[in-house]
Design a protein around this ligand. Sequence first.
Ligand SMILES: NC(=O)CC[C@H](N)C(=O)O
Length: 368
Amino acid sequence: MLADGTVLRGESFGARGTAIGEVVFNTGMTGYQEVMTDPSYSGQLVTFTYPELGNTGINAADQEADRPHVRGVIARQLSPCTSSWRSEGDLDGWLLRHGVVGIRAIDTRALVRHLRDGGAINGAICSDGTSASALLDQVRSAPSMQGLNLAASVTTPNPYHWDQPCGVVFDARMQSQPDCPYRVVAIDFGIKRAILERLAAHGCEVTVLPADASLEQVLSYKPEGVFLSNGPGDPAAVSSAIELAKSLIALPDLPLFGICLGHQILGLALGGTTFKLGYGHRGLNHPCGSSGQVEITSQNHGFALVPESLPADRVRVTHHNLNDHTVAALELLEAPVFGVQYHPEASPGPHDADHHFARFAALMASRR
Ligand SMILES: NC(=O)CC[C@H](N)C(=O)O
């Protein structure tokens, strides 16, 4: 049920119950497990446009966090294959174990057209017999994504260390090992594991700190570079991080790199503002670029920076999303600071944008 009263009927899978959240859609043709475990999807009911989910089961290597973070899953159909080679079992049983409510046999194409025309909207998946009128009341009283700080609910409670690249080596340009690893502090607003793996593949030894880390805490690790992670919710609501970013930008010559929510926080710290996109960018084939250079990118965001709000004398927009010309990446002219709205770590998605990690490593290398 959507907040506008639209009702679609299907069959339950995963856990039974009621899940209320923002209904969005992802157009990727691979990577359902990575999407479901990406903390940036917290609070969302994700409609998968790919018509069949579950054919590769659940695998340890595909986890972006140690549990699913989507609030609910909306599918056309589940794969009938349930063979036993899968390391952690099948999608249905995994969602059940983690209490995530799913619905299948939904006309996902009709639902996506509805969301595309009307915008992302709150909704519910319900398989516990709640009456339609009670459900609609619950959906209509659920908070809007705008103004929600969800980073606090998914960040790590304690600092931890990460220095493991993933087992797969794609291409020599996609890794580098300096004699001594770069000391990086990453602020965790809901960090994906693949980001930590890509930082490690480019020679970083990462200390991950909670979302509310102070400037003193960050500097106590003597970082050569600071990374601001992806994360769920409204970037403008993560005020402590915006203040932290302002202080980091003001330090002389410290490389700073932000991805998705981290990129939005950099823009906000530079005096910019964000707005909510109609239905967001969630998929694996978004063309981004400038000056004739295009990369195909993995995306998952519902907010974006207002281009005119960025101080033109300090900030250069280096990439635009070529579908709608929104801001896709920026750099600060006076300091080694840059952010990308899309996901260079992919997972899932194409690896075209991995060079952003190499750029961060190069900024640190040149300051040694
Ligand atoms: N993947 C992300 O970091 C998402 C950022 C933010 N929550 C948005 O939806 O725009």
